[in-house]
Design a protein around this ligand. Structure first.
Ligand code: UD1
Ligand code: CA
Length: 456
């Protein structure tokens, strides 16, 4: 017997009130449907077909490689969606078909596995007791036997009181499913071909249930409120795993770590930190409070606080912030510093070099052991093009230096504070561009007399 999975992901998600297909909304940086596909694959199912329809190309493009796609041109209901998948899947003789909804990202692989392990006969469904079953299909039983699922819109008051709900998650005997789907009609409140009706059709052949699924795990996303609740649950799950591995997290309720982020044991994360995309934090690094980092690498023992990092690399023992903005292409070598109110872009700060205060460094290379004085900036843009600034080793840049690129400062060069440096400075030389200071004696007294006259 081989298991083949169908993931339902063709719906628009009307209740999201958005143009984005529902299954592409992200939780911890990963689309809903990608979470589901991953859970199915981790449950050991290799043959996966995703039904796409609304925003088909977008959804298909978000799927991991190796997943088959079936198109449901018109969204005529979950039963119709499964039919579209089966049309693509060919002969089902001897196969079990696992059906899962594409909007349920918290599903654990173990839960899908236990459904498959329990499955015998025509169909087995996963159910949960929901404290509030509103919106779900209700499971109707005759003792241990499941007799039907009734959708909320079609249910009687008595049926609505049932708290055991269907989760759109089933294991079917392949041929039995195909046959039953032929018999599903759309004469219901929503005018749709319901997959749930298959259960009633197959009831006579024996439908089992794996009850008691964890309500937190089976929460589907039908609205932005659901999305936020699911995001919070996923966040707790991700952070718990990191804490178990030895990452210190000050306040998990105020820490946001995407699924693709990696943290080494011994990393320390303070509150209000957002780590997104392919960000990594090495052992001994201290991040936060108040850090937003996307696709960035934070090295061993680095210290980053109250700052924004985008595609930046922070080397070992380097320091960032408070209030620094590291834009793409920023590379900080070991022991370097980017300090308060400093912005960098496409800039390398060499080993032990410092840009401590109020600077902009763009399209620059700074060598080792150099210091950029407060308020200095690279004038890298001439209004048409960007130009490079090259700063050697052990360079001392005086405060408020304007480095008009393209310009190069040799090793051991200096610049005078307040200089506009538009020509290269030779190694070991001082570049200074500054007018002579004048002194006007007795100025204050003269001003005071002038003011008195006016008033008098
Ligand atoms: C469905 C179930 C309901 C169950 C609930 C939660 C039916 C009729 N109802 O209701 O019993 O309690 O899920 O699991 O099955 N989809 C398609 N094509 C369609 C319609 C939907 O691919 O034509 C996909 C959606 O993208 C979604 C999934 O099927 O991923 C479920 O659809 P949704 O509209 O959310 O169904 P519910 O009303 O929640
Ligand atoms: Ca749903």
């Amino acid at each position: 017997m081989s298991v083949r999975a169908v993931v339902l992901a063709a719906g628009k998600g009307k209740r999201m009130n958005s143009d984005l297909p529902k299954v592409l909304f992200e939780v911890a940086g990963r689309p809903l449907v990608a979470w589901v596909v991953e859970a199915v694959a981790s449950a050991g199912v290799e043959d996966i077909t995703v039904v796409v329809g609304h925003g088909a190309d977008l959804v298909a493009g978000a799927l991991p490689p190796g997943v088959a796609v079936a198109r449901q041109e018109e969204q005529l209901g979950t039963g119709h969606a499964v039919r579209c998948a089966l049309d693509e899947m060919g002969d089902l003789a001897g196969d079990t078909v696992l059906v899962v909804p594409g909007d349920t990202p918290l599903f654990r692989p173990e839960s899908l596995r236990s459904l498959l392990d329990a499955h015998t006969g025509a169909a087995t469904l996963l159910t949960a007791e929901m404290p509030d079953p509103t919106g779900y299909g209700r499971v109707l039983r005759d003792g241990d036997r499941v007799t039907a699922i009734v959708e909320e819109a079609d249910a009687t008051d008595e049926q609505r009181a049932v708290r055991e709900v269907a989760l759109s998650t089933y294991a079917f005997d392949g041929p039995a499913l195909a046959e039953a789907l032929e018999r599903v009609e759309n004469d219901n409140a929503q005018g749709e071909y319901y997959l749930t009706d298959v259960v009633g059709i197959l009831a006579g052949d024996g439908v089992g249930a794996v009850a008691g699924a964890d309500p937190d795990e089976v929460q589907g996303v039908n609205s932005l409120e659901h999305l936020a609740a699911v995001e919070a649950a996923m966040r707790r799950r991700i952070l718990s795993a990191w804490m178990r591995s030895g990452v210190w997290v000050q306040d998990p309720g105020r820490t946001y770590v995407d699924a693709a982020v990696t943290l080494e044991p011994g990393a320390r994360i303070y509150a209000d930190t957002h780590l997104e995309g392919a960000t990594s934090v090495a052992a001994g690094a201290v991040v936060g409070p108040g850090v937003f980092a996307v696709d960035s690498e934070i090295g061993p023992g680095a210290r980053v606080w109250y700052s924004v990092l985008r595609s930046a690399r922070v080397g070992e023992e380097a320091e960032v912030g408070p209030y620094a903005s590291l834009r793409p292409g920023t590379v900080m070598e070991a022991g370097s510093k980017i300090g308060t109110f400093v912005e960098t872009k496409a800039t390398t700060v060499g080993k032990g070099s410092k840009v401590p205060h109020l600077s902009y460094m763009g399209d620059a290379v700074i060598g080792e052991g150099s210091n950029v004085g407060a308020g200095s900036i690279t004038c890298n843009y001439d209004g048409y093009q960007k130009h490079r600034t090259v700063i050697g080793d052990r360079v001392r840049i005086g405060s408020d230096t304007m480095l008009v690129a393209p310009v190069e400062l040799g090793d051991d060069a200096w610049t005078g504070a307040g200089s506009v440096i538009s020509r290269d400075v030779a190694p070991g030389a001082l570049g200074v561009e500054r007018s002579q200071q004048r002194e006007v004696p007795g100025y204050a007294a003269r001003r005071a007399r002038k003011a008195e006259k006016k008033e008098g």
